[in-house]
Design a protein around this ligand. Sequence first.
Ligand SMILES: *Cc1c(COP(=O)(O)O)cnc(C)c1O
Length: 373
Amino acid sequence: MAPQVVPPSSDFDWSKLAFDLYPTAGHVKYVWKPETGWGEQQFVESPYLNVHISAVGIQYGASCFEGLKAFRQEDGQVKLFRPDENSARLNHSAAALSMPEVPKDIFLEACHTVVARNLQFVPPHAPYGGAGSCYVRPTLIATGAELGLVPGNEFTFFVYVTPLGSLYGSAGGKAPAVDAVVVHEFDRAAPMGTGTIKAGGNYAPVLKYQAQAKKQGYAITLHLDSKTRSQIDEFSTSNFIAIKKRASDDEKPTLVYPKSESILKSVTAKSLMDIARSLGWNVDHRPIPFQEVIDGGLEEVMACGTAAAITPIRSITYLKEDGEQAKVSIGDGQNAGPRTLELLQNLTGIQAGNKEGPAGWLWPAEGVDAAKA
Ligand SMILES: *Cc1c(COP(=O)(O)O)cnc(C)c1O
């Protein structure tokens, strides 16, 4: 039997839902100790965490996170998008940061409970997710107190949610394109470094460059590889995807995605590659020289990640070797290209349940169940 539907709260002004944090019913938490491993699930109403000032996570940066979304389907049920992928990536981050794995069943149970206890904060259904979604933020942090440089003897895994507005409205066929700028003064991640993990420490150094770029009118910052500074890595918080320029109109589209040792493997990018293949396009996973952008070899460029799904890019500004600034216009230099919109429509359509996607992408199959939380 399908779970009983818990509708969106009527006290919430869903038309004003923004990209922000909202108060919720609470979060779930688990604590790991050496003697017992992961303990029982706790549901905590307060959004505060009481942590020792010498916690390894605070002092030495043993902290990583995930981001995924739950979507309200047409029948009122709520389903998460590919949480098993986030579980695997959290464990990749945990291993890299000297923290214990969170078993997949605990990860899924945590995501299920926190969404189930906050179903009233999952926005109404709209085709292509136009009404927004429920953002889910799993976090793993070393909470054991130590003075010396050791992994510590206590870890905390918690998952919280917030309702999140859609950046695109209900259209699904429209998306605002933004201007991007290359960060030349700072390397986000080195080869064999921490670029493939979602570690808190990867983001703090980028914040000021992002803020600076925003002031200058660039919505998003792009990083090149730190070894040669000639290949495209990714944007500060999202992956880079492009559509290759075609020789003729009847050639089928080719999606290109950078191959690099230092980028975060985006679940959205992986999903878009699968969607592109299902549409009969070519998918080219290879290093992308920045020169290809300069030479106009890429017809469409987009940033992709859970938070915004797809952000179309209409220009990339960079510094030439002589230090002069140059701007490359992408597509018509104004609006999202047709392939970008096709990908966006397919992805958001699958997430909202209006388009059939591959089996298992929406979980649980029957919907999140408040009676099982
Ligand atoms: C989270 C993140 C992404 C996007 O990953 P998704 O799984 O698609 O949300 C891309 N790049 C960086 C650096 C990220 O932190």
